[in-house]
Design a protein around this ligand. Structure first.
Ligand SMILES: NC(=O)c1ccc[n+]([C@@H]2O[C@H](COP(=O)([O-])OP(=O)(O)OC[C@H]3O[C@@H](n4cnc5c(N)ncnc54)[C@H](O)[C@@H]3O)[C@@H](O)[C@H]2O)c1
Length: 268
């Protein structure tokens, strides 16, 4: 971790806006943190604290001061403390990107009540807690709140009942925030990625009855999965898009544009 207090001269020489990212240890959250590290100071939160040290080193090379904290996004008190520390070090937050999420498979028949509650807690309540604990700071800076929802926030998906329900909830939360805080100058938007090459994607494929990566690749009109950096680029774009508010931004290679049958799929 780079302790911001150790570099007070950097702040004076180059005042930067501040971005807070949850789920910053891996996958999309890590890519978002590194993308924003070129222009922002970074507040990085993840339940996997060990891997945040690597992020701090990389962010430092990009000129960012970084505050890293291990925390579960469902822990409101922990986030209140982290946001207070961040404001003390850097001032108000300008961008918040809620990336933390989990995706265990299951239908309503095979998902236990405990698993259902955990998915809703991390994906939906976690986004709520992140919003609730950062909104005062964002109001001060007229900043941007982004949640990484999913294409499963706008369509159904087989064998992912709790995940789909949680991501539909995230999209609804963002739309309500756009109405509630637009008048304060805070913009709220949801990014809905399709398949992105991360540990989560590999986990979903492993659990899936269809099994192979080729099967899923053939469902994407662009014929490939996204890289996490491509989602990070959209997060930057939405943060800088001063009239974007309440958007549900599909970044899925065309997967939700309509029915698609690949010319390379086995049926043809
Ligand atoms: N990978 C995809 O194909 C894909 C597609 C659409 C949406 N998404 C969404 O993007 C987000 C990031 O997914 P990813 O693919 O990078 O997953 P990932 O598993 O690679 O990374 C998720 C990160 O969140 C952290 N995390 C999980 N639960 C947490 C908690 N309770 N508190 C704090 N940190 C927690 C993990 O430690 C991990 O570092 C998720 O919300 C996911 O639902 C992913």
């Amino acid at each position: 971790m780079t302790n911001p207090a150790e570099h007070p001269s950097d702040r004076t020489a180059s005042p930067r806006p501040t971005a807070l990212i949850t789920g910053a240890s891996g996958g999309i959250g890590l890519a978002v943190a590194l993308e924003f590290a070129t222009t922002h100071n970074i507040v990085a939160i993840d339940r996997d604290e060990a891997r945040l040290a690597d992020l701090a080193t990389e962010a430092d090379l990009r000129g960012a001061q970084t505050l890293t904290r291990g925390a579960d996004v469902t822990d409101e008190q922990a986030l209140i403390t982290i946001v207070a520390e961040a404001e003390q070090a850097f001032g108000s937050l300008h961008a918040v990107i809620a990336c933390a999420g989990i995706a265990p498979s299951g239908t309503v028949e095979t998902t236990t009540l405990q698993d259902w509650q955990r998915v809703l807690a991390v994906n939906l309540t976690g986004a709520f807690v992140t919003a609730r604990t950062t909104i005062q700071s964002l109001k001060k800076s007229k900043g941007s709140f982004i949640a990484i929802a999913s294409d499963a926030g706008t369509t159904g998906a087989q064998d992912l009942a709790a995940y789909v329900a949680s991501k539909h909830g995230v999209v609804g939360l963002i739309k309500s925030m756009a109405l509630d805080f637009g008048p304060d100058g805070v913009r709220s938007n949801a990014i809905c990625p399709g398949f992105v090459e991360t540990a989560m994607m590999k986990h979903i494929f492993k659990e899936s009855p269809e099994g192979t990566e080729d099967y899923y690749r053939n469902t994407v009109p662009l014929g490939r999965f996204a890289q996490a950096i491509e989602i990070a680029g959209i997060a930057r774009h939405l943060t800088e898009s001063t009239y974007a508010n309440g958007m549900t931004y599909a970044v899925d290679g065309g997967s939700t544009a309509g029915y698609f049958q690949s010319s390379t799929s086995p049926q043809n």
